[in-house]
Design a binder for this molecule. Structure first.
Ligand SMILES: [Ca+2]
Length: 353
């Protein structure tokens, strides 16, 4: 997209943000009086970089509405070193020079994080894509997060695309600093649907449920994009991947990085369509038209050993539950419950072109 087109897109985004955002009041306050510009939003991306994390970072890097101040990585889909290299490779192909910082290799509990990838051994489809020129910074990811929030109180939005371990570590170390985070955006939980790590738990939460619970309970607004928002028409078809591959170098990179994941879906009952959860979550962050509706909820995470470990239970505003009266609930989560999945791919293609 040309600079002029991006500028026009920025103006359109300002108008759409005011009209459509579920956080309309907050968003309108950010715009200038004549509505022609929105200050650039400051973002940290926290990621266990597999292919969909990389696709999400590439999307954010192509959006003039946001500035990626840094990318903090942790083990999850791949080990920490691979996650750092994958993040660097994704940022470089997107022409983004945001620094990368390495974080957790262990759960909040202290156990090693078990690596599990359906994205290939390297997390990027095993397509020989990962040859970054840069390296991760020496500074520890949690130090970077705290320092950045301290320097920008009330301004930082943190997008979690992996387990919440880095964020929980920062909260435990300096809770008052982390209360100055503007909003957490989380690709996590099963939403109001079913899980993938277990029937009720989603991978990112299941990997470190106590850490996720710490994030939910901090008191900072959390917008959750669950697995249910990544299914159905939000999945990318083979025909769409072919279009992306043909579009440009970035599209070719993203398409190749999904090779192993698409094979996984083909072998598991979805021959022609693949979920792209992290990029879908990032679309909710950067593109107000995409996230069409949220439900205020009280979200709490099951953290003790049982069949429901890692489940996030959502009590929805407006329901009268037998076990809890509404006035006792703190609606700490904005749960995505409608996205424009049918347009996801076209919007993505538009943003990375
Ligand atoms: Ca991820």
């Amino acid at each position: 997209m040309s600079k002029t087109a991006k500028c026009l897109s920025l103006i359109l985004a300002a108008v759409m943000l005011a009209l459509l955002s579920p956080f309309g009041a907050e968003a309108r306050a950010e715009g200038t009086a004549d509505g022609t510009a929105v200050p650039v939003r400051k973002m940290i991306i926290d990621t266990d970089t597999g292919a969909d994390d990389a696709a999400a970072m590439i999307l954010a890097a192509g959006c003039p509405e946001v500035e990626i101040l840094g990318v903090t990585v942790l083990a999850g889909n791949v080990d920490l070193e691979q996650a750092a290299r994958n993040a660097l490779a994704a940022l470089e192909i997107a022409g983004c020079d945001a620094p990368v910082f390495k974080g957790a290799t262990k759960h909040y509990s202290g156990d090693e994080i078990n690596i599990f990838s359906v994205y290939g051994k390297d997390g990027m489809g095993d397509q020989d894509l990962v040859h970054p020129h840069g390296t991760a910074r020496e500074e520890y990811a949690v130090d970077f997060i705290l320092e950045t929030v301290r320097e920008n109180p009330g301004e930082i939005e943190i997008v979690l695309l992996g387990p919440a371990t880095n964020i929980a570590s920062a909260i435990i170390r300096e809770p008052e600093t982390m209360k100055q985070v503007k909003r957490f955006w989380s690709m996590g939980t099963a939403g109001l649907g079913t899980g993938n790590a277990s029937p009720v738990a989603e991978f990112n939460v299941y990997k470190d449920a106590p850490a996720y619970s710490i994030m939910l309970e901090l008191g900072v607004p959390v917008t959750v994009v669950g697995l249910d928002m990544c299914r159905g028409d939000a999945m990318w078809t083979d025909e769409q991947f072919d279009r992306l591959y043909a579009a440009n170098e970035i599209g070719c990179f993203v398409t190749k990085s999904f090779s192993a994941l698409r094979e996984f879906y083909r072998s598991n009952g979805s021959p022609n369509a693949t979920m792209n959860c992290d990029a879908g979550a990032m679309m909710c962050v950067v593109y107000p038209e995409y996230l069409q509706s949220v439900i205020p909820c009280h979200g709490s995470c099951v953290t003790y050993p049982c069949a429901a470990y890692g489940q996030v239970v959502f009590f929805q505003e407006g329901f009268n539950y037998d076990v809890l009266s509404e006035e006792k609930l703190n609606y700490n989560v904005q749960l995505a419950n409608k996205v424009d999945g049918a347009r996801f791919f076209d919007l993505y293609l538009e943003r990375v072109n």
